[in-house]
Design a protein around this ligand. Structure first.
Ligand SMILES: Cc1cc2nc3c(=O)[nH]c(=O)nc-3n(C[C@H](O)[C@H](O)[C@H](O)COP(=O)(O)OP(=O)(O)OC[C@H]3O[C@@H](n4cnc5c(N)ncnc54)[C@H](O)[C@@H]3O)c2cc1C
Length: 464
């Protein structure tokens, strides 16, 4: 049988889904509204690509599983590889993090380069085709009343495309719930948690190594907000082409400036001047871009009472996170692998495919969702449905982070959870709780303030 699958949206989730589907369907068509660039240009449908994008270790592994050779290809295209714990100057609430080998090397590249690399590798699969400038306007439903989705309608009803399976990967603003309602089908409930966080980003040409002052060892900088200070954080990430991406984050209704002067001034008011000093030596190569697309939004397809047939959704179209925690691309890759697994277990035409996939996806998503939304509820301004025990979790997380300043084992556990290498529950395991308590007892008995730690010396730039 010649089976055909359609993927709506040719961004990261859509590309990963298409790769998973290509193993089980004779043909996979990716329908993308934008004109797909031949290079790494930013396109309209993915405006967030202008902002810093961290690829977590789990995401890298899953992409490597989907597309063997992914890391090598991204590196060949210019991505850099660093161990953040060793190569970044990281200012935590307790002070500068000690420099150490974490054993979790990360890839640093623009979001455009990651997408272009994945797209290029996918295009090598002869049963996958891309139809760009194809704006999907609705779903085709079986005219005989079975409720089965049988394809999509392109903009203005110009053309119908029929398929055995339609996968929605059209991003956080996915119109699929509206399309399902219009077709008289079950619509997923939606949970939102908004901590009113915003991003401002500017790109720079990094100064060449010979022009950098003495004492400059770091490849990137990470500045957490300090308790009691302005609710601002910032990062400086390296990217291909000798560039830096500097993103300033405003937390809890504190949007960072999007003017050039305001951006520079706000960098100077961070808990450390290190990023401001670094960009003074660099050449700006972009305007300042802003984004307020940071709400956590979860569409509960796993709860729809009337199982959808012939339709799946994944990526931001199902769950988008506050990007502060860098989970989106990784979650998209993991969910594509979940789809691959379900197809292995059930085969493409199985009537329970969507029910089983949505349930498995939801089981996985609950971890990153809890992590992001619990962390967001540390701000009084956050609105939405509070996860269970979030106040208790916030207090415990503060204690854990403070204790980690003096305990490499705790730093290792945090890194594994942040990189999705183990589930968030690991942070609450007995051995971790005991270490946290032990550190706090030690501090109390030693008469040290709760945030004092054996922090590293502050990195400084010597005058040139
Ligand atoms: C400011 C910001 C910073 C972020 N930082 C990180 C980070 O550090 N790390 C990380 O992992 N993630 C981050 N993310 C999230 C990450 O960008 C997404 O999770 C990731 O790109 C996967 O998204 P997606 O493919 O599901 O959707 P999107 O990337 O939004 O793509 C949706 C695609 O569907 C297309 N489309 C939409 N409607 C239609 C239609 N009707 N017909 C045809 N095509 C359509 C669009 O043109 C687009 O190509 C960040 C997000 C934001 C907003």
């Amino acid at each position: 049988m010649n089976r055909h699958a359609i993927v709506i949206g040719g961004s990261l989730a859509g590309l990963c889904a298409a790769r998973a589907l290509s193993r089980f369907f004779e043909h996979v068509t990716v329908l993308e509204r934008d004109a797909l660039p031949v290079d790494t240009r930013c396109r309209r449908g993915v405006p967030q690509a202008r902002h810093v994008h961290a690829l977590l270790a789990r995401g890298r592994t899953e992409l490597e599983q989907l597309l063997p050779g992914f890391t090598a290809r991204l590196r060949e295209a210019g991505a850099l590889e660093h161990d953040m714990a060793r190569d970044f100057a990281v200012l935590r609430p307790y002070g500068w993090a000690p420099r150490e080998e974490s054993g979790i090397p990360s890839l640093f590249a623009s979001r455009e380069l990651v997408e272009a690399t994945v797209r290029g590798m996918l295009a090598e699969h002869s049963n996958v085709s891309f139809e760009d400038r194809s704006d999907v306007a609705g779903l085709r439903v079986d005219p005989y009343g079975s409720g089965r989705i049988t394809g999509v309608v392109l903009e203005n009803g110009a053309r119908d495309v029929f398929a055995d399976l339609v996968v929605d990967a059209s991003g956080a603003r996915s119109p699929a719930p509206r399309w399902l309602r219009e077709a008289g089908l079950a619509v997923p409930e939606e949970t939102r948690v908004d901590s009113f966080c915003s991003y401002s980003t500017r790109w720079y040409e990094a100064p060449p190594p010979e022009e950098r002052p003495d004492g400059w060892w770091w490849k990137g900088i990470w500045i957490d907000p300090r308790p009691g200070c302005e609710k601002r954080a910032a990062v400086l990430f390296p990217a291909e082409g000798g560039r830096w991406i500097v993103t300033l984050v405003g937390l809890a209704r504190m949007p960072p400036p999007t003017t050039e002067a305001g951006f520079a001034e706000a960098l100077g008011r961070l808990p450390s001047p290190l990023i401001a000093q670094a960009v003074d030596l660099a050449k700006p190569v972009s305007p300042v871009y802003g984004s307020r697309s940071t709400v956590n939004r979860l569409r509960h397809y796993e709860r729809v009472r009337w199982p959808l047939q012939g339709f799946l959704a994944l990526g931001d179209a199902v769950c988008s996170f506050n990007p502060l925690y860098g989970q989106g691309m990784t979650a998209a890759a993991v969910c594509a692998r979940i789809l691959e697994r379900q197809l292995e277990l059930l085969a493409p035409g199985h009537p329970e495919l969507s029910v089983r996939f949505f349930q498995a996806q939801s089981d996985f998503m609950s971890g990153p969702w809890r992590l992001a939304t619990s962390a967001d509820f540390r701000f009084a301004e956050t609105e939405g449905q509070r996860p269970a025990f979030s106040e208790w979790r916030t207090r415990y997380m503060d204690a854990l982070i403070a204790a980690s300043g003096d305990d490499p084992a705790l730093r290792a556990v945090i890194a594994e959870v942040v990189h999705m290498l183990c589930p968030p529950e690991r942070l609450f395991a007995a051995d971790v709780v005991v270490r946290v308590l032990r550190q706090h007892m030690r501090r109390r008995l030693g008469g040290m303030p709760p945030f004092a730690a054996a922090a590293a010396a502050a990195p400084r730039l010597a005058a040139r």
